[in-house]
Design a protein around this ligand. Structure first.
Ligand code: BG6
Length: 482
């Protein structure tokens, strides 16, 4: 790993994302020894005029609420690494000041061998990415003679459709090279998402089965048991497809469906992901069910006549030799009956079913991303006892039991560390992003124009019944007796 002075600059430091995700992740990296006190300095930047201590107290207040962090000496030492600079997002003045602070930090550490590294984390709405990137380029680039780098981390939503995303990409692309841009999709940082390639390509068991001859359908599901809760204003502009499906679920789909990369290198992996996206056929209207939970429009920041879906089930079809005819069912919803994210790979029926056990269900391989990470395989076995009857049971790898006491890293923690190390494997490349928007833009435009409408569903329910019917039509068989 590289050594030398490291400046992490969190832009939008007074906002929610920084408080809830970025700073906690940085603290976790610090306390595990990945951010060394003698090398690192963290700068918060935002428009709000507050002091260093105000920002530190905000972060401390949030971390202290969570028992897993606790008030510790580590936390107090970590907070001392943070400095705050206030300024606007489109004027040189603030960024010159920021650059001065960073340079002072670098000078004070110039006894350290190595290069100086500047990591800019944009915890900001995408509308300000272009001016902020321009300002960074004009005022804050790493100037060290000893090498080093300047990297930019951006969060989704990267645009609202193909056109706006391409505009944003070109604006940023004129200022920074692709290896400097880290587009975060935090689902790629989740432990079980990262396990996908290992499961698929390091187990002989799955290699011959992972195709249209054996797999009937694949579901990638995201459910939340709470609504938009104070984020209605943001959410209403985007809706569930842009918020979850076009990015998080589609990224997971790529890992489930892609071919084996030549090597485990970021470019090889991303090349294979792009090929999957480019093989997705246009979405059919009859393979989309949209929903909106009753009460969503009661949020004062949501327009009374909002047409925004808070639930969607969409079937994607991949036109290639491995997957022709296999529906990939992407389902996401807010205010449902449970909080869960999982991948369910359902196998076809056994031909020549001598046990007549078809009704009990099929083999299913399930990867539960959260909560309680688990991997399990549903199998038909003999019911223990004197009779020759069958029952569905499972081979179960529950992480809580199998890896007791092993802390599973937070997605953001891992991804920030990757950024420092310069590993883009788990970040979205520009052509991937474009291909992802190409898939969803036509449907999104039809929803925006009011041509497709969400069905009302009860909060706390499974979502519209029409979604379950679509699943059945796609061939999904609910497992019974297990
Ligand atoms: C975010 C979405 O990207 O992911 C939120 O904007 C959603 O709407 C969140 O709640 C879910 O993330 P996680 O890691 O809790 O599944």
């Amino acid at each position: 790993p590289e050594t030398g002075c490291l400046s992490i600059i969190v832009l939008g430091a007074s906002g929610d994302l920084a408080k809830k995700k970025t700073f906690p992740a940085l603290f976790n990296l610090y306390r595990q020894g990945f951010l060394l006190e003698h090398e690192v300095h963290i700068f918060g930047y935002a428009r709000t005029k507050i002091s260093d201590d105000d920002l530190r107290n905000r972060i401390r207040g949030y971390l202290e609420k969570d028992d897993s962090y606790g008030i510790s000496e580590d936390l107090l030492k970590f907070l001392q690494l943070i400095k705050y600079v206030s300024g606007s997002y489109d004027s040189e003045e603030g960024f010159r000041l920021l650059d001065k602070e960073i340079s002072e930090h670098e000078l004070s550490k110039n006894s350290i061998e190595g290069s100086s590294r500047r990591l800019f984390y944009l915890a900001l709405p995408p509308s300000v990415y272009p001016p902020v990137c321009r300002m960074i380029k004009q005022c804050c680039m790493n100037k060290s003679d000893l090498g080093g780098w300047t990297r930019i981390v951006v969060e989704k939503p990267f645009g609202k459709d193909l056109e706006s995303s391409e505009t944003l990409s070109s604006q940023i692309g004129e200022l920074f090279e692709e290896p400097q841009i880290y587009r975060i999709d935090h689902y790629l940082g989740k432990e079980l998402v990262q396990n996908m390639l290992v499961l698929r390509f390091a187990n002989r068991l799955f290699l011959p089965l992972w195709n249209r001859d054996n797999i009937d359908n694949v579901q990638i599901v995201f459910r939340e048991d709470f609504g938009t809760e104070g984020r209605g204003g943001y959410f209403d502009e985007y809706g569930i497809i842009r918020d979850i499906i076009q990015n998080h679920l589609l990224q997971v789909l790529c890992l489930v469906a892609m071919e084996k990369p030549i090597l485990l290198k970021p470019e090889h992996i991303r090349d294979e992901k792009v090929k999957v996206l480019q093989s997705v056929l246009p979405i059919k209207d009859e393979e989309v069910v949209l929903g909106q939970y009753d009460g969503y429009r009661d949020d004062p920041t949501v327009p009374d006549r909002s047409n925004t879906p808070t639930f969607a089930t969409v079937i994607l079809r991949i036109h290639n030799e491995r997957w022709e005819g296999v529906p990939f069912i992407l389902k996401a919803g807010k205010a449902l009956n449970s909080r869960k994210a999982e991948i369910r790979v359902q196998f076809k029926d056994v031909p020549g079913d001598i046990f007549k056990c078809k009704k009990q269900g099929r083999n299913e391989f399930v990867i539960r991303l959260q909560p309680s990470e688990a991997i399990y395989m549903k199998l038909t076995v003999k019911q223990p006892g004197l009779e020759m009857s069958t029952v569905q049971s499972e081979l179960d790898l529950s992480y809580g039991q199998r890896y007791q006491g092993v802390a599973i890293p937070e997605a953001y923690e891992r991804l920030i560390l990757d950024t420092i190390r310069g590993d883009q494997q788990h970040f979205v490349r520009r052509d991937e992003l474009k291909a992802a928007w190409e898939i969803f833009t036509p449907v999104l435009h039809r929803i925006d124009n009011g041509e497709m409408k969400p069905i009302l569903y009860k909060p706390g329910s499974r979502g519209p019944a029409e979604a379950d019917q679509l699943l059945e039509r796609a061939g999904y068989v609910q497992t019974h007796g297990y």
